[in-house]
Design a protein around this ligand. Structure first.
Ligand code: KIV
Ligand code: NA
Length: 264
């Protein structure tokens, strides 16, 4: 399989073609996902829930992400590897740089950071040092205690404008990708039109350039509540590789997400 880079994603956006992303935490799934042609693999701090059994992402450490990034990198067949910067790994610019450096040395091709417009300075410092950044906006799960729960973001006109303008500012600061979580479909569309970098959505509607899901969610094995934006791709598949392929095809064809997975 051809190697996916930031330039590949930019070309797909320019051509109006969709791309897909899934989380992975180990070499076997990394191999399966990348062999399917899924363009991006995320070592998400969702591992706090699906691997470690916590009820939030807050307990995940940089060492946890680094270890799983090494595992994913060994199995990877050409996907772009994105690693999450966990809770408080950016307590200062210096810590942000050193921790992001660790994840790159573990095998990541880029890092993802949760926040708002204030991320700009850190993003500029990272990109100066050769670390591409995905800025994760909207519902940022590390802020769950501040938000008072996992809630759709950008619902008012002012909140929507804040997300759109933060996206633009962070792209100006050097962000290579924007990821939007749990925002109304219209906000997903406006951000995707406003910025000249690829936008990945999860619960952000069908108009973003790419889609991402947590692996365990799309395999239908997550314990407890699953979000509205999740589709169980095992429901119509006979094997995990087939479910991965159906997810990838559905994103490419624009049939996932459907109306029922979106917020208005
Ligand atoms: O940690 C994660 O899996 C994520 C995705 C849900 C975007 O951040
Ligand atoms: Na995450």
């Amino acid at each position: 399989m051809k190697t996916v880079t930031i330039s590949t994603l930019n070309k797909l956006k320019a051509a109006g073609e969709k791309f897909s992303c899934l989380t992975a935490y180990d070499a076997t799934f990394s191999h399966q996902i990348s062999s399917t042609g899924i363009e991006v693999i995320l070592i998400g701090d969702s591992m706090g829930m699906v691997l470690q059994g916590h009820n939030s992402t807050l307990p995940v450490s940089v060492d946890d992400i680094a270890y799983h990034t090494q595992c994913v990198a060994r199995g990877n067949q050409g996907a772009l590897i994105m690693a999450d910067m966990p809770f408080m790994s950016n307590a200062s610019i210096e810590q942000l740089l050193l921790n992001a450096g660790k994840l790159m040395q573990a095998g990541a091709h880029m890092v993802k950071i949760e926040g708002e417009a204030w991320l700009a300075e850190g993003i500029t410092e990272l990109t100066r040092r050769g670390i591409p950044v995905c800025a994760h906006l909207g519902l940022t799960p590390q802020m769950v205690n501040q938000f008072g729960g996992y809630k759709v973001q950008g619902k008012t006109e002012a909140a929507a404008q804040a997300i759109i303008s933060a996206s633009q500012q962070l792209v100006d600061a050097g962000a290579s990708v924007i990821l939007l979580e749990c925002v109304p479909t219209e906000v997903g569309r406006l951000v995707t039109e406003a910025v000249n970098v690829p936008v990945i959505g999860i619960g952000a509607g069908p108009y973003t350039d790419g889609q991402v899901l947590v692996l365990h969610d799309m395999l239908g094995i997550t314990v407890g509540h699953t979000a509205k934006f999740v589709k169980n791709f095992m429901a119509d598949a006979r094997s995990i590789p087939e479910a991965l392929s159906q997810y990838h095809q559905a994103v490419k064809a624009g049939t996932f997400p459907a109306e029922e997975h979106c917020f208005s």
